[in-house]
Design a protein around this ligand. Structure first.
Ligand code: IPE
Ligand code: IPE
Ligand code: MG
Length: 258
């Protein structure tokens, strides 16, 4: 993760910081969207994919360069096997059907999470997709699958502990910056805006470290219904926030004038 330097703090609090650079989303409510219509949960997940496609396009139109989407959590394995299987199939078929379109739109795709539990074929397809889009620069879309914020911190601690154990680095070298450089989001900026659809007001083990100073937006809208207007509501909410990072409102006002 790009460290939150003084530079980025001042730009994030002055005029041009009114638009988020990085939006992270918990796409929740697919099941309830389907139930409301007397449909099976899978119908909600399918419509959820349409909402993802629209969200990527709407963020592109709004010049949001980084979008991170929580598609499958490390806890979602607890769901009925048939639903888990279906979600993995849907991920896999969506990757197949959308990859070339994303590439044509100059979108770089990243996938974060513990992929070791997925079929080898899917792991390879993900690697290929990341490789194919590596040099794309118009937009960065990151999909979190079998992702958990605790897992991310745990794998980071393990790697750092190994480095200390080998005598590679001193314990004093373990700083926030070092930790960030080992997180799975190491080449993404910190999320500016977090959106959770579906009415719940919790983080559900998403980006735990990374959300430290993120503005949080919760909406009752179910994910399949999240459209351009819902995004506008979230962006308007963000534009009205004053990001203080521990400073006072007066300090921020004088920074904006400088
Ligand atoms: C989000 O919708 C999608 C995933 C977690 C994969 P849900 O499936 O959680 O929908 P609800 O919360 O049951 O409505
Ligand atoms: C969070 O949604 C995970 C994803 C959207 C992928 P859940 O529906 O799994 O969250 P909880 O269980 O209600 O906290
Ligand atoms: Mg849910």
């Amino acid at each position: 993760m790009l460290a939150q330097s003084d530079d980025s703090i001042s730009s994030a609090t002055s005029g041009d910081g009114k638009k988020p650079r990085h939006i992270a989303v918990i796409m929740d409510g697919n099941g309830r969207w389907a139930r409301q219509r007397g449909l099976p949960r899978v119908a909600g997940h399918r419509r959820g994919v349409d909402a993802v496609r629209n969200m990527v396009s709407n963020c592109g139109k709004s010049d949001i360069p980084y979008l991170t989407l929580f598609a499958f959590s490390s806890e979602n394995w607890r769901r009925p096997t048939t639903e888990v299987k279906l979600l993995i199939e849907l991920l896999s078929s969506t990757l197949d059907s959308e990859l070339m379109k994303m590439h044509e739109h100059d979108i770089r795709l990243r996938v974060i999470g513990d992929l070791s539990r997925f079929p080898k074929r899917l792991q390879r397809r993900i690697e290929d997709a990341e490789e194919l889009t590596r040099d794309n620069t118009a937009m960065n879309v990151t999909i979190a699958i079998n992702y958990g914020g605790r897992w991310d911190i745990e794998q980071t601690c393990r790697v750092i502990a190994e480095r200390v154990g080998r005598g590679d680095i001193e314990p004093q070298a373990v700083t926030s910056e070092l930790i960030e450089s080992h997180l799975s989001t190491s080449d993404l900026p910190e999320p500016d805006l977090f959106i959770r659809t579906g009415g719940e007001k919790r983080i559900s083990n998403f980006l735990l470290w990374q959300l430290a100073y993120t503005e949080l937006f919760f909406t009752d809208v179910y994910w399949p219904d999240f459209d351009a207007n819902s995004l506008k509501d979230a962006l308007d909410y963000f534009a009205g926030r004053e990001r203080r990072y521990g400073q006072t409102g007066e300090q921020i006002a004088s920074l904006a004038q400088a």
